[in-house]
Design a protein around this ligand. Structure first.
Ligand code: HEM
Length: 267
């Protein structure tokens, strides 16, 4: 393994950080009630409000909190991106396959594709033989299977997958990139290309355009609810990815503790 020397990040310890240090979170301020009450609420507002709770939960997983507090080691970061690679390659295969579908076509943006940049990142993190080192896990398998199942059976719901991942990457992903660069001591873009959307000039404007496309989706009330339910499912699948990573991350952190501390932990 070339770069995966699993250094403990030059991290700020969580208990030393203050609320002021914390990055802006994705708490969605508009309450679900108020959006539900708006009879004519746009679909983009509804999906945001309906998934706000799921967003809060995924953001509160220990692994994500660790990233945000700069408590991250290169090995765990590489492992997280390996999972992302499996998910994105499946999702982008299916989005490409169904790019002419009436729903998918509305949110088909080839400039968002992440598979190739993830390959570059993994090559940097794991070395030339990166592919042989990427492992599937139960949570990754479940996520990837869901994507391909939709590709075969209900491609319209892939919209929820595109929304949840890409809008997330264009939002919180940007904070994650800055913190990871600092805490993992990375330089430039190496290992972090995933977070750079070179072909998106203005992230805010792009997200607004994406939301406009969501609003134009030809959706019946029932279908709209199905897309929202799928988005909640996608958040839950991401939550599972993070929970699964937590175990190996904690083991890595523990291995850097003084030996007598470790033996006390085991006692
Ligand atoms: C690392 C922790 C995270 C932080 C700090 C964070 C932060 C944010 C912020 C600040 C926004 C609002 C951006 C805006 O309104 O323009 C946002 C939106 C969003 N986030 Fe996150 N997020 C995190 C994790 C995630 C994860 C893990 C997912 C899903 C896998 C996700 C999915 C989304 C989505 C879909 C939106 C767009 C909501 C909308 O405008 O419709 N986020 N996030």
């Amino acid at each position: 393994m070339t770069r995966l020397t699993s250094i403990i990040a030059k991290s700020r310890l969580p208990f030393l950080s203050t609320a002021k240090d914390q990055p802006k979170t994705g708490r969605i301020d508009e309450s679900l009630e108020s959006v539900r009450e708006q009879e004519e609420a746009s679909f983009s507002k509804r999906i945001k409000a309906e998934t706000a709770e799921a967003h809060r939960i995924v953001e509160s997983t220990n692994f994500v909190k660790g990233i945000l507090r700069g408590v991250m080691d290169l090995e765990s970061f590489g492992n997280m991106q390996a999972g992302m690679y499996l998910v994105y390659s499946a999702m982008e295969i299916e989005l490409e396959r169904h790019k002419d579908h009436p729903l998918v076509s509305e949110v088909y943006f080839p400039e968002l594709k992440r598979t190739e940049v993830l390959e570059d990142d993994l090559r940097f993190l794991y070395g030339e033989d990166w592919e042989s080192q990427i492992r599937s896990t139960p949570a990754r398998e479940e996520y990837v299977e869901r994507i391909h199942w939709l590709g075969d059976n209900d491609p319209g719901l892939l919209v929820a997958h595109s929304y949840t991942r890409y809008l997330g990457d264009l939002s919180g992903g940007q904070a994650v990139s800055k913190i990871a660069r600092r805490s993992l001591d990375l330089e430039g873009r190496d290992g972090l290309r995933f977070f750079d959307f070179d072909e998106v000039e203005d992230g805010k404007a792009f997200k607004n355009e994406y939301r406009r496309r969501l609003d134009e989706l030809p959706l019946s009330d029932v279908r709209a609810m199905e897309v929202i339910d799928e988005a909640k499912k996608v958040f839950a699948l991401n939550q599972r990815l993070f929970e699964e990573l937590e175990g190996s991350w904690i083991r890595t952190l523990a291995s850097f503790l003084p030996i007598d501390f470790n033996s006390r932990l085991r006692a």
